[in-house]
Ligand binder design. Structure first.
Ligand SMILES: Cc1cc2nc3c(=O)[nH]c(=O)nc-3n(C[C@H](O)[C@H](O)[C@H](O)COP(=O)(O)OP(=O)(O)OC[C@H]3O[C@@H](n4cnc5c(N)ncnc54)[C@H](O)[C@@H]3O)c2cc1C
Length: 410
């Protein structure tokens, strides 16, 4: 049996960043598992552009040297903002080679409680015993499929995360459900691949990022005012952006205010560069789907206004709903013991769950640490918090790690 002090499950931005930070704790034996950047490489569409701005897209590392600029210089690949998906994946793989060269790419099939910690069963090889576990397994397990589509095979109705490329939909009629970035970007890419696309969304109008209000603030009021209202973390609208950039502050607010900040910051919205790409794509807004059934090789969908569509395929751009019990590697008793609120784990300092020595990073941490945790930029706060917590445990006292997040990104 292999033993380690800390096992990290997941090698996306959060797992890699945690690995890079924890490596700096002398004497701490850290073992990181997972295929690097696999969610970005397999579950996002070729041709996608990142919605987050340049300053909010670096994966945090302790020396602040593994930035996008450093990667651009080292790789001699030319790109700027918006960052293309393939460049971001290359950046993540480059980051991994520098920060976590000893990554173990095996998948963890099961995590069980053990007397002194946790037993991890990898897909092959010996069981690993870890004193602590950090889960950074992303949102792939939480793809939301509305109940109206339950009976349909994925050949007829599929989640946007199931697609990388769209050529096979050329000449087909496709309905895209949803009004957020994934739905809108998939619709644009489908349209550009020659599909006949229509969007149906519950929202009465699409919320476009970088609209009139934000452009007026950015250009009209000058960069100083703009900086006061928008933090470089790039999450949330004017004013709120500055609050949610400070997770320690967010945690001080009463729960209803925290919930309001979260909802205001991560509402479905589309990047401005999609507007022109979607101008020839019809949109049925303010409508929802009430039923869907197969009709031979096609799907018939009924809308709540009595309208009907028969299409070759339905794309569900319906997002993700966090529920940590859906991480299939948790043994059932372990999953049950994690204190939760509506699927989100209740986390304390160092992102620790109610199960001692079990930590969870990334989108599941949104309920406890605010909306930043849903994005790459949250690695700056999460990894430092984790490092401070673990370094404190390792040397028996609290260790000061670094200054405020916003100042650092700016
Ligand atoms: C379409 C789309 C566009 C997005 N665009 C942006 C954007 O522009 N900017 C932004 O900041 N965020 C964006 N996001 C959010 C993005 O998903 C998160 O910011 C980011 O992926 C969080 O990183 P993570 O490490 O938590 O998760 P992930 O990147 O999903 O990494 C999780 C890793 O864990 C591994 N793993 C899972 N289970 C196991 C297991 N059992 N054993 C071993 N390994 C395991 C996976 O293989 C994966 O590599 C977008 C999301 C979507 C869906």
């Amino acid at each position: 049996m292999t033993r380690c002090d800390v096992a990290i499950i997941g090698a996306g931005p959060y797992g890699l960043s945690a690995a890079a930070h924890l490596r700096t704790v002398r004497g701490l034996d850290v073992h990181t598992f997972g295929e690097p950047m696999s969610f970005w490489e397999r579950n996002m569409p070729i041709g996608m552009l990142l919605r987050s701005g340049w300053a909010a897209t670096h994966i945090a590392d302790p020396s602040q040297s593994l930035t996008l600029e450093a990667f651009r210089a080292a790789s001699r690949k030319h790109f700027s903002s918006p960052v293309p998906l393939d460049r971001f994946v290359d950046y993540g793989l480059w980051y991994q080679r520098q920060a976590a060269p000893d990554l173990d790419q095996r998948k963890i099939m099961r995590v069980e409680l053990d007397e002194k910690g946790f037993r991890l069963i990898p897909e092959k090889g010996a069981t690993v015993f870890a004193r602590r576990v950090v889960v950074a397994a992303g949102i792939g397990s939480f793809a939301w499929r509305p109940p109206e589509f339950t009976g349909l095979p994925s050949s007829l109705a599929s989640h946007t995360s199931e697609h990388r490329e769209f050529q096979r939909f050329a000449g087909k009629r496709v309905l895209v459900v949803g009004g957020g970035q994934s739905a809108l970007e998939s619709a644009a890419l489908l349209h550009e691949s020659g599909a006949e696309v229509e969007i149906v969304a519950r929202a009465r109008q699409i919320r476009w990022l970088g609209g009139l209000v934000s452009r007026t603030i950015h250009r009209g009021l000058g960069s100083e005012v703009s900086k006061l209202l928008y933090a470089p973390t790039d999450v949330g609208p004017a004013g709120i952006s500055q609050i949610v950039a400070r997770p320690d502050l967010v945690r001080q607010f009463p729960r209803p205010i925290q919930d309001w900040l979260r909802k205001r910051s991560i509402r479905p919205a589309g990047a401005r560069w999609l507007v022109s790409r979607l101008q020839n794509v019809p949109m049925k807004l303010g409508r929802s789907i009430v039923s869907a059934s197969s009709l031979g090789e096609r799907v018939r969908v009924r809308l709540d206004d009595g309208g009907e569509r028969t299409v070759d395929h339905v794309f569900l751009g319906t997002g993700y709903r966090v529920d940590v019990s859906k991480y299939d590697f948790f043994a059932p008793e372990l999953a049950k013991s994690i204190g939760r609120f509506g699927g989100y784990p209740r986390l304390s300092e160092g992102f620790e769950t109610s199960v001692p020595k079990l930590h969870i990073l990334g989108a599941p941490a949104v309920w406890s640490f605010g909306p930043l945790m849903q994005f790459v930029v949250g690695t700056h706060y999460a990894s430092r918090s984790l490092l401070r917590f673990m370094a404190g445990k390792a040397v028996g006292n609290q260790v000061r790690v670094s200054g405020p997040l916003v100042a650092e990104l700016g």
